[in-house]
Design a protein around this ligand. Structure first.
Ligand code: DOR
Ligand code: ZN
Length: 347
């Protein structure tokens, strides 16, 4: 017996598309299934000003396959030199939907990020005034703090003080990975949201390390203990409005992943929706998948839900997807969950 599921066309509230050859290679993977995505600004050099974001948006639109109906929602990379007036103008024109806070050194191309929150307070105050969300990479970078504790320490020492100092600021806790992240998101009001990735619903830290190191399972924030993964599953499948999908699909060519110092990122754009159907079905929550992929995100970002739909079908036999996406910069390995998946996107 085949099973079917029709969803409002999903959006991805946290996506890396890169630029140039990789952008051209990976963009069709997202545009095939998603109507919109919040586009991360951590290019080299980063997308800092409204003018940078407009130029990047135009490069994305130019790279779209013929006939694709996909809208990139642009973000700005917050630096200690960001001009509040430029941010406000970029929002007023409809171009920019969020500003991204990377603690300096936290992840890929974050060295131009924020060292000292005091220095960005004028920008954050302007954002609170105009209702522009701050997307936060929530990890401290202090060398003494263990990498598995960096999210929980960030919440206590940076995020909570910031939200108390500026209660009107709308914040998205990006790619939460811990039970502390889930609990903190739940304790916030309607101005606090949290994205959850597909891979963090599937991986715990054993998957990365047991039986040999798996570079394609390495991402940041790094996957944590099993009890944290279970907390994320419970949150994502709860249907609660504060939790929504941000895949953090982060392509790096294989040569940069499979080496002595491999880049962080899981590339999930190709198979995220079948994987999520699998996960939600396992947890008896297929009826709440649409809230996670298609309703809660637009509600937080104060955007309409999409009009188009997408159909998922569960087959009798495991469904295949490409092992790699071939770009002119090299192959990008698609996330392999390590178990058979019977769901497939049909239209
Ligand atoms: O795994 C990750 N990859 N985490 C991030 O925060 C950044 C991303 C990237 O840009 O590669
Ligand atoms: Zn990311």
């Amino acid at each position: 017996m085949t099973q079917e599921l029709t969803l409002i066309r999903p959006d991805d509230w946290h996506l890396h598309l890169r630029d140039g050859a990789v952008l051209h290679g990976v963009l069709p993977e997202t545009a095939r299934h998603f109507a919109r995505a919040i586009i991360m600004p951590n290019l080299v050099p980063p997308v800092v000003t409204g003018a940078d974001a407009a130029a990047y948006r135009d490069r994305i639109l130019a790279a779209l396959p013929e006939g694709a109906a996909f809208t990139p929602l642009m973000t700005l990379y917050l630096t200690e030199a960001t001009d509040p007036a430029d941010v406000a103008a970029a929002q007023a024109s409809g171009l920019v939907k969020a500003v991204k806070l990377y603690p300096a050194g936290a992840t890929t191309n974050s060295h131009g990020g924020v060292h000292d929150t005091d220095k960005v307070m004028p920008v954050l105050e302007k954002m609170a005034e105009i209702g522009l969300p701050l997307c936060v990479h929530g990890e401290v970078t202090t060398p003494e703090v263990d990498i598995f504790d960096r999210e929980a320490v960030f919440i206590d020492t940076v995020l909570d003080p910031l939200r108390r100092r500026l209660p009107g600021l709308r914040v998205v806790m990006e790619h939460i990975t811990t039970e502390q992240g889930v609990a903190y998101a739940r304790a916030g009001g309607p101005d606090l949201g949290a994205t959850i990735t597909t891979h963090h619903l599937i991986l715990n830290r054993n998957h990365i390390l047991v039986g040999g190191i798996k570079p394609h399972y390495y991402c940041l924030p790094v996957a944590k203990r099993e009890r944290h993964r279970l907390a994320l599953r419970e949150a994502a499948t709860s249907g609660e409005a504060r939790f929504f999908l941000g895949t953090d699909s982060a392509p790096h060519v294989d040569a940069l992943k499979e080496q002595a110092c491999g880049c962080a990122g899981c590339f999930t754009a190709t198979n995220t929706l079948p994987l999520l159907a699998h996960v939600f079905e396992q947890d008896g929550a297929l009826d709440r998948l649409e809230a996670f992929t298609s309703r809660n995100g637009p509600a937080f970002y104060r955007l309409p839900v999409n009009e188009a739909h997408l159909r998922l079908v569960k087959h009798q036999t495991p469904q295949a997807w490409p092992e790699k996406i071939f770009t002119e910069a090299g192959p990008v390995t698609v996330f392999n969950p390590g178990f058979p998946v019977f769901w497939h996107v049909e239209s």
